[in-house]
Ligand binder design. Structure first.
Ligand code: NAP
Length: 321
């Protein structure tokens, strides 16, 4: 089969399309024929070699895919050959014709969801669900600020929050991104390039009380101001950060506020099973509708990695083998 391979860490150009042996499922494993693979920012961090978590070299990048089950190993009972599935991480890398998974890593993909959309489910939606519900403990009727709502995680967070009965203030850096956040269910959409003015608007929109939960995509830029935008008992969930930031700890004290980190790498099996049960239900009932902004052929993985780090996000980028 064809697969993107990384033999040494570095820039996007270190990714090459190569021939590699087809994976074969051992006991409890599933091979999925990849119809689309999702591109996530973490794929670029791992490829760069500058991330605390290191991929063993050589490797095939890619955490997320959707396709059909090609073959199953002994003992697999939840899926069979031909089933449509999306994968929640994997054993061999998703930027390939075939991907090897454990049985627990494959989830049913409803017929109403395309493979491209299926490739946009796992990391973004699992992250958004974890941040909103398991870490942020957002409740119906509360107000959430989705700080960075135009990309993969942000779109997922807006849809999940809307389905859960929250009031949503969302931000994006372009008019196209703001339109997207509004279409996906945000009640108010602001421009995060207009700091600090838009924080004044957040205060106005909440009658001066502040927001209950913030899902933060760029904490190194926003955390200091986020803490001032929180309501009493407010929680900021740090989803993304690309550097350091100065905060005033007193902003947490006066509000009994909490800063909660999260990494999908820390997700245990029980929480993962809970998340994917909720995501499959949301895909089935139509409240979750992954947005694919761009499709590229698998060989263009280097271009996809350059694009995902540029501003002006619009949903997900997926690769087509
Ligand atoms: P993405 O699709 O590239 O989207 C990036 C988002 O960040 C866009 O909405 C972008 O908005 C927004 N952004 C840019 N400048 C911002 C600012 N000043 N304030 C607020 N938001 C801003 O990436 P993604 O997949 O959604 O992931 C978002 C972040 O979460 C990334 O840093 C990623 O590494 C991280 N992440 C973490 C976990 C975890 O386990 N902790 C899991 C998944 C993702 P515009 O482009 O419209 O400006």
């Amino acid at each position: 089969m064809k697969a993107i391979r990384v033999h040494q860490t570095g820039g996007p150009e270190v990714m090459r399309l190569e021939d590699v042996p087809d994976p074969r499922p051992e006991r409890g494993q599933v091979v999925v024929r990849v119809r689309a693979a999702g591109v996530n920012p973490v794929d670029t961090y791992l490829r760069s070699g500058l991330y605390p978590i290191k991929a063993p070299l050589p490797y095939t990048p890619g955490l997320d895919a959707a396709g059909t089950v090609e073959a199953v190993g002994d003992g697999v009972s939840r899926v069979r050959a031909g089933d449509r599935v999306y994968t929640g991480w994997n054993l061999s890398g998703a930027y390939a014709d075939l991907v090897l998974c454990t049985e627990a890593q494959v989830h049913p993909l409803p017929g109403s969801i395309t493979f491209q959309q299926g490739a946009a489910v796992n990391t973004p939606y699992a992250t958004a669900f974890r941040a909103l519900h398991q870490r942020g403990r957002a409740l119906p009727g509360e107000t959430v600020l989705v700080h960075g709502a135009s990309g993969g995680v942000g779109v997922a967070a807006v849809q999940l929050a809307r389905a859960a009965g929250l009031r949503i203030i969302a931000t994006a850096g372009t008019a196209k991104g703001r339109d997207l956040a509004g279409e996906q269910g945000a009640h108010h959409v602001l421009d995060h390039r207009k700091a600090p003015d838009y924080f004044r608007t957040i205060a106005e929109l909440t009658g001066g009380r502040g927001v209950d939960v913030i899902l933060e995509m760029l904490a190194n830029v926003n955390l200091g101001m986020d803490l001032k935008a929180l309501a009493p008992g407010g929680r900021v969930v740090v989803i993304g950060s690309r550097g350091t930031v100065e905060i005033d700890p007193r902003d947490t004290m006066g509000r009994d506020a909490a800063i909660l980190g999260m990494s999908l790498y820390n997700l245990g099996a029980a929480d993962a099973a809970c998340i994917h049960a909720a995501l499959v239900a949301g895909l089935e009932n139509g409240t979750l509708r992954p947005i694919v902004g761009r499709e590229l052929p698998l060989r263009d993985a280097p271009r996809a990695h350059a694009l995902i780090m540029e501003p002006g996000s619009f949903g997900k980028i997926v690769l087509i083998p």
